[in-house]
Design a protein around this ligand. Structure first.
Ligand SMILES: *Cc1c(COP(=O)(O)O)cnc(C)c1O
Length: 358
């Protein structure tokens, strides 16, 4: 349990801990501008939205945020959800159903998997980033509507999906492509506009989803795409329709966060410096450190007990780095998931490098 926090510097069980466990990639969760925005909105709108968006829960801040999110993501329209989990379990069933087919990367996030299950569409899991298998599955499918879903940046590896190639396959096979940019939004692309902007991806087939509880430092998520697609989702996504709308104080904090993400480019530069520093520091270790340009840096230990032992050794030195084991990651790839933040200093990263057992 975290008893106090100042960026990555926490107090846990009465002792100081340096955390590499948070997804606050830009260090915005305690940014003064975001806190002020939330406080002012609480004073004006209260702390609860009081009903769902389609009743009276859609307030002026929500409307403004949806326009700003659409502009930020470079898509015609956007819809705000209470969380990324809610977005994904609402979106997939809104887009495909019985008689349709959905194609999902084997390493997709749990909430995409749940969305696929809830949709009742015929589901095809393709091996991680395996375009050839996906192409075969798409070609063989006789389904009326086809949807390919993938993490844009994979949450346990930090690698980026081959989105241009996936989009080309979707063009060939008349499928939609939905990407979950939980770990790219705010971090990748010009002004942090995300993985689609980073790769110059643009297509009416593209449905862009991202979360606002990670780099944005707040809570919530959104989907952006063609106006007609978003209207369809608004009418059909049960987690949008039947959930109480998000408090305006959170919404106003997200709006403040979007401004900071775009204007404080030094945070992405700091993150890039820290990534390089960490990678240089782990090069001489006996474990693999697969390529990742994102804040998610996996150190593959392999054996479960070994991963736990390394985590415990770091913990004894006041460092919190989570060990991730199967079934969250494939068998034999237990790892430390080192999560960097612009709020870390070079000295923080050096401390971690020094503490890793050799
Ligand atoms: C964290 C995460 C989610 C869930 O988002 P929340 O806003 O935390 O519910 C969805 N997809 C991916 C890839 C994630 O990493």
């Amino acid at each position: 349990m975290v008893e106090a926090k100042d960026g990555p510097h926490l107090r846990v069980g009465g002792r100081p801990v340096l955390s590499f466990a948070s997804n606050d990639y830009l260090g915005l969760a305690q940014h003064p501008a975001l806190i002020r925005a939330a406080q002012e909105a609480a004073a004006q709108y209260g702390v609860g939205a009081t009903s769902s968006a389609l009743l009276s829960g859609h307030e002026a801040p929500h409307e403004a945020l949806e326009h700003e999110l659409a502009a930020f993501a470079g898509r015609p329209r956007a819809l705000f959800f209470g969380s990324g989990y809610m977005a994904n379990v609402g979106l997939v069933p809104a887009l495909v159903g019985r008689g349709d087919a959905v194609f999902s990367d084997a390493l997709n996030h749990a909430c995409l998997i749940d969305g696929v299950r809830l949709s009742r569409a015929e589901s095809h899991i393709y091996p991680h980033n395996d375009l050839a298998t996906l192409a075969q599955q798409l070609a063989a499918s006789k389904a009326e509507h086809k949807l390919v879903v993938t993490d844009a940046v994979f949450s346990m590896d930090g690698d980026i999906a081959p989105l241009h190639e996936l989009l080309a396959l979707c063009e060939t096979h008349d499928a939609l492509l939905m990407i979950d940019d939980a770990h790219g939004f705010g971090v990748l692309g010009p002004e942090g506009r995300g993985t689609a902007a980073h790769l110059g991806l643009d297509s009416p087939r593209l449905i862009y989803m991202a979360t606002l509880g990670k780099a944005a430092g707040c809570a919530g998520a959104f989907v952006a795409g063609e106006a007609s697609t978003i209207e369809w989702i608004l009418q059909r996504a049960r987690t949008y329709i039947f959930a109480t709308s998000t408090p305006a104080m959170v919404v106003q904090a997200v709006r403040a966060s979007l401004k900071v993400i775009a204007t404080e480019g030094w945070r992405r530069e700091q993150l890039a410096r820290l990534i390089n520093r960490l990678r240089a520091g782990t090069a001489s270790l006996r474990w693999q450190h697969p390529a990742s340009d994102t804040a998610v840096q996996p150190l593959i230990i392999g054996d479960n007990a070994d991963a736990l032992a390394v985590m415990a050794a770091l913990d004894a030195q006041g460092l919190w780095v989570p060990a991730i084991r199967p079934p969250t990651v494939p068998e034999g790839t237990a790892r430390l998931r080192i999560s960097l933040s612009a709020a870390h200093s070079e000295a923080d990263v050096d401390r971690l490098i020094q503490a890793l057992p050799r």
